[in-house]
Design a protein around this ligand. Structure first.
Ligand SMILES: Nc1ncnc2c1ncn2[C@@H]1O[C@H](COP(=O)(O)OP(=O)(O)OP(=O)(O)O)[C@@H](O)[C@H]1O
Length: 288
């Protein structure tokens, strides 16, 4: 069963976290078997959107079509496990809450412990795990009951590169099993691997679709060089600064044009939106 949210607007008091006046709100579809990656800067609205899918927030505008609560698995932005319980106890407890028991619980729990690379830490308390191991445990707990909708809020933050591969394998396996998966991430290189992307900025979708769609729909050019012509349109990438040239502006002849990756596209579109609404202060960020 797929999941969708249409025309979504969420306000916290006077603060609008998703949607915007006159924008019609945020539309996101999560098909069965797909991994939708939600990306965007701090405060873009990623957690709020995932909480709408988890049924934790009832939106002020729009409507959702979600599986029943028991068929949703959710790793929230917090620890996602009980510190006083061991890895095995955490998985057994959550599995039991979802009605797994006996041999089927043991088999599923052991499978997830092996896939997440936590075998050596199976009897360790969650509070004694590293931050990355704890994220992997939280992801395993969210998927133990093979939910129809799997929601993961920054599952890979703080996870080392080798463990991120294990985590991605777990996520891909869940999607291959037929789950609709929606996750947020701040690692844009990893988001490029998702079936679909939703790029948020200030509660609005800047672009969405597959990475190929996003690249094809990106208007303008990106150049790289040591000295940007317009610093307010530039951002650091390694030792150089990349610069965005929206449609209608010719790139300077001193810079080399580069094929934009997802990070370039996200930063360029955010800059364009901020210039359009008059809040640009330039972008100092660099690749993670
Ligand atoms: N419970 C809340 N009460 C008030 N404001 C909130 C609440 N939750 C989120 N916000 C605000 O809504 C906006 C979107 O927040 P959200 O946490 O969804 O962003 P995010 O993209 O997940 O950011 P980050 O990556 O920094 O966690 C922010 O301005 C945030 O301060």
């Amino acid at each position: 069963m797929s999941a969708s949210a249409h025309g979504i607007g969420v306000c916290f008091g006077a603060r609008r976290a998703l949607g915007g006046a006159g924008t019609g709100g945020v539309d996101v579809d999560v098909p069965d078997g797909a991994v939708v990656a939600v990306v965007g800067g701090d405060g873009a609205g990623k957690t709020t959107l995932l909480r709408v899918f988890a049924g934790e927030i009832v939106p002020d505008d729009g409507h959702t079509d979600l599986p029943p609560k028991a068929q949703i698995g959710y790793l929230c932005a917090g620890p996602g496990s009980w510190g006083a319980l061991t890895v095995t106890q955490n998985l057994d407890f959550v599995g039991g809450c979802y009605g797994l028991h006996g041999e089927s619980l043991t088999r599923r729990r052991d499978e997830l412990i092996d896939r997440s690379g936590l075998r050596g830490a199976a009897e360790r308390r969650a509070s004694a795990l590293s931050g990355g191991m704890r994220r992997k445990l939280g992801a395993a707990m969210a998927m133990i009951h093979r939910p129809a909708l799997l929601i993961l809020d920054e599952p890979s933050t703080g996870v080392d590169p080798v463990s991120r591969i294990e985590l991605w394998r777990m996520i891909s396996d869940a999607a291959a099993d037929g789950a609709a998966v929606i996750m947020s991430t701040t690692y844009l290189d990893e988001a490029e691997r998702a079936s679909r992307l939703v790029v948020l900025d200030d509660g609005q979708i800047l672009t969405d679709g597959s990475f190929d769609d996003v690249r094809a729909g990106f208007a303008g050019a990106v150049t790289a060089g040591p000295h940007p012509v317009r610093p307010e349109w530039s951002w650091r990438r390694g030792r150089t600064r990349n610069e965005y040239w929206p449609d209608g502006l010719a790139p300077g002849t001193l810079q080399a044009t580069v094929a934009p990756d997802l990070e370039d596209i996200v930063v360029a579109l955010s800059l364009r939106r901020r210039v359009a609404v008059g809040t640009s202060g330039g972008h100092q960020g660099g690749a993670r």
